[in-house]
Design a binder for this molecule. Structure first.
Ligand SMILES: [Zn+2]
Length: 221
């Protein structure tokens, strides 16, 4: 039993390294920005530490925290942005992993005060639904969690005004794929508007996609 828990922790530490590097290579986490976390047990989370390049992180660098954000172990310090992660885990027991990053185009939408909620692309509607924009909040304060609270129950990808994006889901891979899709969708929206003639899907077409998604999910279960 103890061996299984240790094995799982070792795997998750390696996954945090792997997805951190991947996000860094995509340009979503330049400098020391961005953070990732994952549920370790019912009352423990494993997270990337503050002030570290996600390209250089090692499995031993991760910090273990409790659901209130108190550091349990790890030589490095917990990120000041952990409040956003805690708010999500607290409201969504189904969520296993959270990723916060600053992809250029999606963050530019957030800086322009624009949500990614225009149904321009069927794949994005299926994968993400509407991506809302949370109001501006000072990084590292309780304002961040407060700005997200009302959006967390119904979304798994959220833009944060003048800041970046946060995605969450059933695993680190799930949260990662959503982050990648948010940026891809932001690029499509940008170019569609540059072309000058974006044609959003009609309401009934969006409804059909939502229906198709729920059927697909039922079949996958
Ligand atoms: Zn940030």
């Amino acid at each position: 039993m103890i061996d299984t828990v240790r094995q799982r922790e070792a795997e998750l530490r390696r996954d945090l390294v792997r997805f951190g590097r991947w996000l860094h290579r995509l340009g979503f986490m330049p400098g020391t920005s961005g953070n990732l976390s994952v549920r370790l047990t019912e009352d423990r989370l494993l997270a990337t530490p503050t002030g570290a390049s996600k390209y250089l992180l090692q499995p031993r660098d991760m910090v273990v925290i409790d659901p209130e954000g108190r550091q349990i172990s790890g030589a490095k310090k917990v990120t000041s942005e952990i409040g956003m992660h805690l708010a999500i885990y607290g409201q969504r027991p189904d969520v296993q992993a959270v990723i916060h990053s600053h992809p250029v185009v999606a963050t530019a939408f957030a800086c322009a005060g624009r949500a990614l909620d225009e149904p321009l692309c069927s794949e994005a509607v299926m994968a993400l639904g509407a991506v809302p924009l949370a109001s501006y909040a000072t990084t590292g304060t309780d304002e961040v969690a407060a700005s997200l609270t009302h959006l967390i129950p119904r979304h798994e990808a959220i833009l944060m005004a003048n800041h970046g994006a946060v995605t969450f889901g059933s695993s680190l891979l799930d949260a990662f794929l959503k982050m990648e899709t948010v940026e891809h969708y932001a690029k499509i929206c940008l170019v569609a508007h540059q072309l000058g003639t974006p044609r959003p899907l009609k309401e009934f077409e969006v409804e059909q996609l939502v229906l198709a998604k729920s059927k697909y999910q039922q079949n996958a279960m």
